[in-house]
Every structure is written in structure tokens, then in C-alpha cells.
Design a protein around this ligand. Structure first.
Ligand SMILES: [Zn+2]
Length: 375
């Protein structure tokens, strides 16, 4: 199992300048490689492979001092990134979807340097981080790293640098548990409802941050393009976004921890959030609640605690009666499930959570679909 650990880097001015230059060099490498591929294709009808570009980069390094200063394996990771973008592009073409050709990356859309093999270009020394051609950077370790570090990426977020360590924790066995199982229904009214009937209230960071964000965005739109004030304003907007993101992540960790401590099996619905976001008027609330990020955090926490995590197909879970199985049709505005067949009456989300739990238990123990989606 993989787990990510993220730490703030405390760079001095010199290190920060070097990191900024390295990031800019990686961005240019990405764009030059894209340009090069496009050119080869439009002029000669040739599709360049990653290997072609890796060779080309090797030659470029001899004459380009910026290319020469970035770590070779991290440069390869940047080239691989573009290769992945192309692979996804061709996949979409094949599937007949809107292809979306890989785009040139502007300064605001390229924010990380990847090191695919720990020890090559980056290394921890006494809790700090040694980065080739940058130096020894002070790291604030607010929690210990677990497992074996596999990859590292350096990330710039709202003017600060972070290191993200991706670690391999090995296989954690799911132990038979004495704790009860639970089904979770994520919703709009509450953040989620459990099959026990507990409702976790919605945190509304974005809503609280919204007035400040609107103000900052308005101020940004008034600033002259390319000016110093515009850059300042943009940084302010990015800062508010980063704060909301941090609060949301903290909340996800906190509620996930609570669930994993209390239960031995967690069943959730496999959500199609992208589809919902497109169709629902309540899109802002949904992305505000950040379900997909929450379920991902919950999965990671469950896996590392040895708690079973089951994803189920949630179609019809809100319409089906959890006591007798009958279909009880109701619109979104009907908040209570009242079954005319067996008389069960409870909150619609609790009913849905009970159905999710039943499906999760079936997937765990039933002969059909056993182990599907089980951590
Ligand atoms: Zn019923």
C-alpha cells in the first residue's frame, strides 16, 4: 500500500531561487518537448517516442546550461508526464470522446518536480532534504515518515515549497474485527449519514471563505495584466484557495480517523462525482464537501488500520427499502423513507446507508463478486 507524506520546506532565499529556476526549466522542457513532437508530426508525420526525446534531451544537456543543471531522472519524469498526456489523448480519440490535445503549460499550471527514484536527486539527511544542485533544505517534520520512501515530488503551492514523499507500507492484512460494520451514505444535507443513523454535519469552508475569495478575485480582475499588483493579487487568491484546501483535508482526516477507530468494515458507494458535478445545480455544495477526496482518505486510513473497505454499486440505494427490499420511489425533496409494505420509517439517507452496508457485506461474504473492491 502506498501512502503520501507532505512536509513544508523552509528554504533560504538562495535555495528558493534555485528551486524556482529548476521548476521553470522543467516547465520549459515540457513545452519544448511538446513543440518538438508537434513539429515532427506536422512536418514528417512521425510520432516521437519517449526514447527519442530522452536521447534528444541528453544531447541538449551538453549545450544548454539550464537543462544541464536539472537532475536527469527528474527531467525524465517530466518528459514521461507529457507522454502520459499524449497516451490519454490517443485513448480519448479512440473512444470517440472530445480528445483535448495536450496543452502548453503556463506558469500557473506547472507546479511540481518529480523524482521517480528516491535517492536519485533527492535524499533525506538528518531529517532535512538534500536536493541536487539546490542544497540541504530545512524540513518541518510534523509527523514521522512510515514505510519505505519510493518517490518524492517537490511542489510549489501559494508561494511555499513542499516535499511529498510517496512511501510503500507493504501489505497490511485485514484482520477479523470485533468492531461492527458500517455503511456510509454521502449527501448534501449532511456530509454523510451512517447505517447507525449518525449524521456528520457539513463543513462549509468554501462558503465561509467565499466573501473573501470574491473580494480577492474582483480586485485581481481590476489589475493591469503583467503588472506587479496583478501578481500580488493572484498570490492572495491562491492563498485563500490553499487555506480552504488545507481545512478540507484536515476535516477528511479527522472524520476518517473516527470511523476507522469505531468500525471493523466500512462500506461506501463508488461515486461518479464527475457525472454528478456536471448535472447537478448543487455542484458548488458537492465540490465543497469534496466527497471523492474524503473517500480516498477514508480508504487509505482503513487500509493502514487493517479495516476492510468495500465500494459498492449504489444505484437504487435511496429508493430501495432496507427492511423488506421493496422499491419505494421518492423525489430528492422527500427526506423521509416511509415504506407502505413493511411500515419502516426513517431518514432517507440512513435507509440508503443501510442498503450500502447490506451490499458491502454481501460483496465481502457472498459467493458472487466476493472480494470485488475489497481492500
Ligand atoms: Zn419495506
Amino acid at each position: 500500500m502506498r501512502k503520501a507524506f507532505k512536509f513544508r520546506l523552509f528554504t533560504n532565499a538562495n535555495q528558493e531561487r534555485k528551486l524556482d529556476i529548476a521548476l521553470e526549466t522543467h516547465r520549459r522542457l515540457y513545452n519544448v518537448y511538446l513543440d518538438y513532437r508537434e513539429l515532427a508530426y506536422s512536418m514528417y508525420g512521425v510520432t516521437l517516442s519517449y526514447l527519442d526525446c530522452s536521447r534528444w534531451f541528453k544531447v541538449q544537456r551538453r549545450t544548454n546550461p539550464f537543462f544541464a543543471r536539472i537532475d536527469f531522472s527528474s527531467a525524465r519524469a517530466t518528459m514521461r508526464r507529457l507522454d502520459k498526456a499524449f497516451a490519454a489523448f490517443f485513448r480519448r480519440v479512440k473512444a470517440g470522446k472530445n480528445p483535448g490535445f495536450p496543452r502548453f503549460k503556463g506558469r500557473d499550471h506547472f507546479d511540481s518536480i518529480e523524482f521517480p527514484a528516491y535517492g536519485d536527486g533527492v535524499k533525506r539527511i538528518d531529517g532535512n532534504l538534500r536536493v541536487t544542485n539546490v542544497g540541504l533544505i530545512k524540513v518541518k517534520m510534523h509527523r514521522p515518515i512510515e514505510g519505505q520512501i519510493k518517490t518524492v515530488s517537490l511542489k510549489r503551492e501559494a508561494g511555499h515549497w513542499y516535499a511529498v514523499f510517496s512511501c510503500d507500507l507493504g501489505d497490511v492484512k485485514v484482520e477479523p474485527s470485533t468492531h461492527p460494520p458500517v455503511g456510509i451514505d454521502v449527501g448534501l444535507e449532511s456530509f454523510f449519514t451512517t447505517s447507525d443513523g449518525d449524521q456528520e454535519p457539513n463543513p462549509r469552508y468554501q462558503k465561509t471563505a467565499l466573501p473573501a475569495l470574491r473580494r480577492a478575485q474582483r480586485s485581481l480582475s481590476r489589475k493591469r495584466k503583467g503588472g506587479k499588483n496583478r501578481r500580488k493579487s493572484r498570490r492572495k487568491v491562491a492563498k485563500i484557495h490553499a487555506r480552504v484546501k488545507r481545512l478540507r483535508r484536515e476535516h477528511h482526516h479527522q472524520v476518517s480517523r473516527k470511523l476507522v477507530r469505531r468500525y471493523g468494515l466500512v462500506a461506501v458507494e463508488g461515486l461518479n462525482i464527475q457525472g454528478m458535478l456536471k448535472n447537478d445545480r448543487l455542484a458548488r455544495s458537492i465540490s465543497d464537501a469534496g466527497w471523492s477526496g474524503f473517500l480516498e482518505t477514508l480508504r487509505t486510513k482503513a487500509e493502514s488500520a487493517g479495516v476492510a473497505f468495500v465500494e459498492v454499486d449504489a444505484r437504487g440505494t435511496s429508493q430501495q427499502c432496507s427492511a423488506c427490499g421493496s422499491e419505494v420511489r421518492k423525489g430528492l425533496s422527500v427526506r423521509q423513507h416511509v415504506c407502505p409494505h413493511c411500515g419502516l420509517s426513517l431518514h432517507r439517507d440512513e435507509n440508503a446507508a443501510r442498503n450500502i452496508l447490506a451490499r458491502g457485506l454481501l460483496a465481502r461474504t457472498g459467493p458472487v463478486g466476493a472480494n470485488v473492491g475489497v481492500a
